[in-house]
Design a protein around this ligand. Sequence first.
Ligand SMILES: [Zn+2]
Length: 405
Amino acid sequence: MKKVKEVAGNNTSDLTEMNRSAIVRILQQKEVCTRAEISKLMGLTQASITKLVAYLMEMGIVSEVGIVKGNGNRRSIGLRLNAEKNLVIGVKFSRHVFAIGVFDISGKLYTQSETEFGLDENTEKVLTDMKKQIKNLLEEYKNIVAIGLALPGPYLRKEGRIAMVTRMPSWHNINFIEEFKHEFDKPVFIEQDANAGALAEWWFGNHGRPLSSLTYFLVGEGVGSGVVDHDSLLLGNQGIASEVGHISIDFNGPKCECGNRGCLELYCSTMAFLKKAKEEIPELFEKECENRLEACERVFSAARSSNEKAIRLVEEIAEYIGLGCVTLINAYDPEIIVIGDSISKGNELLLPTIKRIVKERTIPEVSERVRIEISSLNIDPTLYGAAAIATDRVLRKPSEYLVNN
Ligand SMILES: [Zn+2]
């Protein structure tokens, strides 16, 4: 009979690894830290920390960086994570483009590229090209320890399949786990794009620490969210928890591909936003746009130049995003909501309305305490998120993945 682990236990070796992981995660966030500070943050004795750090130094994962000023002006030896020795590849796959980047585990970007493909392009051809590019990078960068892949949601993470990709039915049957499992001699970790964005904000965003819970609200071609709660990604049973884009805001509304009616995504995706903008302000689109991002920026720019119709449209989409935030708050009680992807380029035009809706529709204790921000990452959040997927996993098991290159 197959044994099912119902209640997770921890062996002593697991606990040691968890403590090593906690140290490298602190150093990933703080850059330089002393043993005494780590001891205080983790609530372990200095003797325990000294022993754990000795192992991490022997493995080449952590180094000493000379004397730094500690608490009460005491001088102590600083420690840092050797991030540059441990690189990850991030791969973003979306409806008509895949992007690949090499980063280190502190989030520093080394190189990135984009490859466009048609919606009807042969899936095998696209995957072969993607794998070839990854192999070339593995050849070029010797310190790569893992690969992260971000896919459009809803992604069934146990099966390795995207459950529904609007206008891309040929991708529905691709098993991404099987495709990548034996392809490289490095581990490949896969998550959906909004979860990737949440991990990017968690690991590489500047939101202050300690942070209990962060929700990333992706508002772009698709609409979704990713939740990191107390250091763990919220996954649900099949990995499709927090699909806020398919929460109905009008049960009599238009039919969505998912089967529901009036899904949030139908009102505030770039597609919905631009469809309305093209109907109401056609003069903005007389010259062809290179992509949806540029098209969105034209509307935001018109609103910034006091175009009444553009202002109204932006106000309307901000209201929908606000409604999405209310749902996210009631469902996940986040400390911070970070709004990212194409629509977030509206930034200061959107925030006041979003905050007003949240204030009107949630209890005061909640609306006063939750932070709502626009992403300030300057790298594509999903590509950055793909790197964060790999970073998150390798930092959880430093002895297994991080190496003395
Ligand atoms: Zn739907």
